[in-house]
Design a protein around this ligand. Sequence first.
Ligand code: ADP
Ligand code: MG
Length: 235
Amino acid sequence: MSSHELITAARKQGRAALDELSGKKLLAGFGISVPRSLVIPDAAGAAEACAKLNPPFVLKVVSPDILHKSDVGGVKVGLHSASEIEEAIRTMMLRPEIARARVDGFLLEEMAPAGQEVVIGGVRDPQFGPLVMVGLGGVFVEVLADVSFRICPITRLDAEEMLDELKGAPLLRGARGRKPASREAILGALLRVGGAGGLLMTHADEIAEADINPLIVSEHGAVAVDARFVLVKRD
Ligand code: ADP
Ligand code: MG
């Protein structure tokens, strides 16, 4: 499915945002690595699905009603077997927020290699069109608002400057005992999202908000493990 077809399909289903798997397919179409994954309807699908993927696995609830999956117990990392997956699904279904949500299924995916968490985002400004954002994951974005923005399309030099102006930039280079995160991999992902011919420019009329949170960046590469795309409202 082309990236335009993914968006059209979501609109036909009346969705305001792409589900996580569609969001990841959109990213993959622009050359951004995402984990191998499958959606299973319920615990009965666990054995077959996990035979097709390599452990360790992550399990996530798929629901249009749940925005922050881990806040409601909808993400379980480090699973190794079908029985652990079945158990995790049963536990999730008992969570009140999940029990009362519309559940489309469960996303079973391979765990990304360990690394630092980076956030890449996009918003659509009515005047300037798409803007691209980068920051470090977790408290850096949520509490400290250590992020940098540019109007799209960005050049490689813009992407370099965006990274360098983050207060947390030394952490990406390996400060405080961290393993350095591949700068090339982050720059590559930023350009694929915000560069000329990138995701935000290509879908400037369709995507209201983009959020890759997080992109997990090791010394060798980067994997987008969560993706959310809110569509521009149409009447
Ligand atoms: P939420 O909706 O809560 O943002 P995420 O899909 O971002 O859910 O998952 C929560 C956290 O779990 C991520 O921030 C990341 O630390 C970890 N995680 C999720 N998917 C993976 C994965 N495939 N590999 C490794 N870690 C993951
Ligand atoms: Mg997330």
